[in-house]
Design a protein around this ligand. Structure first.
Ligand code: BGC
Length: 267
């Protein structure tokens, strides 16, 4: 998602510095104390159950502990932004923000939010609102798309699936993202979508063993449909899978996924 030079969201180095000076309460013309400090990225994952954030250095190494707060219900934009605002003071300083959102996001604007309340979020300019809130450049994309950036190898067709409140999905070809795949809402089996078969509510309802069987069925179907070289499987519920996984499947943690917030700025 390269930003064009004329994009109003792209700030010149001086304007970014000016904004930071304001955030930190320094007069604008005072020299920056440490000009060699490397760029720090605040990565935020907005989930149906929790809102997570962590600050990463340019190599994707955590500078802070991962923080987590429950997603408010109803998850209206103002309530979600209020939770994010309340978490910011505990974070180390950051220069830019990467956000994974659980729905279709196009040019920083939300189009769907199946597990948050679609009617609240339709056409919500999340990227713009978070830029106003944090006063640094912000990029927002789908949560699975962002997590995938953290784990893909950049070779051939790679799929990413995340098992959480919903089912996140992403596909990349030689490292290039095809955004907003939304496989979770495609029809799958017994009149249900993929998401309806493997979502967190079903795990709780049917237990780990039967839920694992369903996840394996979904992996088999996805393999037949897309022939991915590899499927990266993440999300909070990945730890509840029982037994071994097919050879083309590799698991990853939420923190691995959040490092996608670095690659987002290189894409
Ligand atoms: C949403 C996706 C999201 C997934 C995981 C689904 O319900 O439609 O956009 O990636 O949940 O959060």
């Amino acid at each position: 998602m390269p930003l064009k030079p004329k994009d109003p969201r792209v700030l010149s180095g001086r304007r970014v510095a000016a904004r930071h000076a304001l955030v930190r309460g320094r007069p604008l013309d005072e020299p920056t104390p440490n000009r060699t400090r490397s760029v720090a990225t605040l990565c935020i994952d907005i989930g149906g159950t929790g809102i997570k954030m962590i600050v990463l250095d340019p190599r994707g190494r955590p500078i802070s502990e991962r923080a987590r707060m429950l997603t408010p219900h109803p998850a209206k934009p103002a309530a979600v932004l209020e939770v994010i605002r309340s978490m910011l003071p505990a974070q180390p300083r950051f220069d830019r923000v990467s956000v994974g959102f659980p729905g279709v996001v196009i040019d920083g604007v939300v189009h769907t939010a199946a597990n948050l309340g679609p009617r609240y979020w339709k056409l919500y300019p999340l990227e713009r609102e978070l830029t106003t809130l944090t006063r640094v450049p912000v990029r927002v994309i789908n949560d699975a798309d962002l997590q995938g950036y953290g784990v893909i190898e950049g070779r051939g067709v790679e799929m990413v699936l995340t098992l959480g409140t919903g089912l996140g999905s992403a596909i990349y070809i030689d490292g290039r993202l095809v955004p907003n795949l939304e496989l979770g809402h495609h029809p799958f089996k017994k009149g249900k979508t993929y998401e309806e078969r493997v979502m967190d509510a079903e795990l709780k309802r049917i237990g780990k063993k039967h839920w694992t069987t369903r996840v394996l069925e979904a992996l088999a179907q996805v393999t037949l449909t897309f022939s991915p070289r590899i499927i990266h499987l993440g999300g909070g519920n990945v730890t509840h899978l029982r037994g071994s996984l097919p050879k083309n499947v590799r698991t990853f943690t939420n923190v691995d996924g959040m490092t996608g917030g670095i690659r987002l700025w290189q894409s």
